[in-house]
Design a protein around this ligand. Structure first.
Ligand code: SF4
Length: 199
């Protein structure tokens, strides 16, 4: 698991989180996963990226956004030319697949059962902003996070696999998404810097 945790309190929270969720059987998806796919990145961090669900490959190694879609996210972050800390997670921690083994969005039941895990990640990340990747993440994550009344600024971006399908890094669609991310980062990071200067 590629996670860097800063501070004793967060390290203890992360150890507890891993131990608690590694063996989770709260929804039927537990039977189709090799490993729970929890978090990648730094805790706490400036920005938490939330996708929909891991794929089978990610569940083999247990790291979210470790697939080609994750590479698109790496490019987007690099192309913002901003220095900030970040982490990735998903609405659910096990792959959601249909009868033919194809990827499908999580059901309300699955998302609901995994929502306390998402909230714990949010509490360890303590981000200045949340970026929701794809429609399903946007609807499920917002309802989960609103349930817990976490005050956050958020940006809706397309899921990186959708960006890949539209031509990837060299496409106009990628440029559009990049501009949205740059504007959002300016808003959340510069606002925070200005607050620090005022204090
Ligand atoms: S998706 Fe979430 S709630 Fe369902 S088994 Fe996996 S970790 Fe548990």
């Amino acid at each position: 698991m590629t996670v860097e945790v800063n501070g004793r309190m967060y390290r203890e929270a992360w150890e507890h989180h891993k131990n608690q969720w590694r063996g989770c059987t709260k929804c039927p998806l537990h039977s189709g996963t090799s490993k729970k796919v929890l978090v990648k990145g730094m805790l706490p961090c400036d920005v938490l990226f939330i996708g929909e669900s891991p794929d089978i490959l990610e569940s083999v190694i247990g790291i979210p956004f470790s697939n080609p879609a994750g590479k698109v996210m790496d490019s987007l972050i690099e192309d913002t030319k901003r220095r900030f800390t970040y982490a990735f997670t998903n609405v659910i921690a096990c792959p959601s697949t249909g009868d033919e083994g194809e990827s499908r969005p999580p059901t309300n039941f699955e998302a609901e059962k995994c929502s306390p895990r998402l909230y714990e990640v949010l509490m360890m990340a303590r981000p200045k902003g949340v970026v929701l990747l794809g429609r399903s993440a946007q609807s499920f994550a917002i309802s989960s996070l609103e349930k817990y009344k976490y005050p956050y600024k958020h940006l809706n971006l397309s899921h990186p696999s959708h960006i890949m399908g539209l031509g990837g890094r060299t496409s106009p669609f990628y440029e559009k998404e990049l501009k949205l991310l740059i504007t959002f980062l300016k808003r959340i990071l510069d606002e925070e810097e200005n607050k620090d200067l005022e204090n």
